[in-house]
Design a protein around this ligand. Sequence first.
Ligand SMILES: [Zn+2]
Length: 241
Amino acid sequence: MIYSSEAIVLENKEYGEADLIVTYLTREFGILDLFAKSPRKIKSRFGSSLEPLTYSKISFIGREDKLQKIIQSDILYPFQKIRENYKTLLKLAEIVRWIIQFSPKKEKNPELFNLMLTVLKEIENSNKHENYILFLKIKILSILGYLPDIRYCGVCGKMLNGEHYYLKGFILCSNCLYKNGFEDIDNKTKDSYMIPRGVMNFLNSFLKWQLPYLERVKINEKLMNQVESFIKKHISLTVKL
Ligand SMILES: [Zn+2]
């Protein structure tokens, strides 16, 4: 049986002397590892279609419980400009790692595929890379269920307002922080668990933004760094990468 799908290359790994294992995010089958025979032997269009972030139409064969083999790969869009921008590529590589790590293999996820494709197209034609990358990060964590609840307390379930604290992967209200053995902590220690109000407000509104807005908006650099470090802390505490 021959399968086919649109797909975005997430990464490729050398396999044997001239072969590759390519990890794709596909529209029809979710995350897939596929075998590519001899793309490294000669510089070919087939070989360049396996470069990370390339958007292609692929066909492959083989039993579903075995490593399936790519028999055709036609580039739909190479995202050449993104791949020539080292800084952006590095940031996207982090997001790609999350996708591979956090999504179950062979599970169709149209929302994830569409998001990735749409945002890559925007980045390719924009110079507001940082806005789009932050958007992609937060949306992907949200789609894959790795974003903590930002509206309700992770312990008591009440709507969050006032002060917010971050503890072991959850956002808590101040009441619940105290109940978790924090009765006696001094203000300085307590503050180190606090999420800046700006970050919470930003996350709340950011998830509702539409793509065209990202092209116009200027996100304050300090706020962007605070949001980035909150996400980084959350990922490092909840997931082993
Ligand atoms: Zn609570």
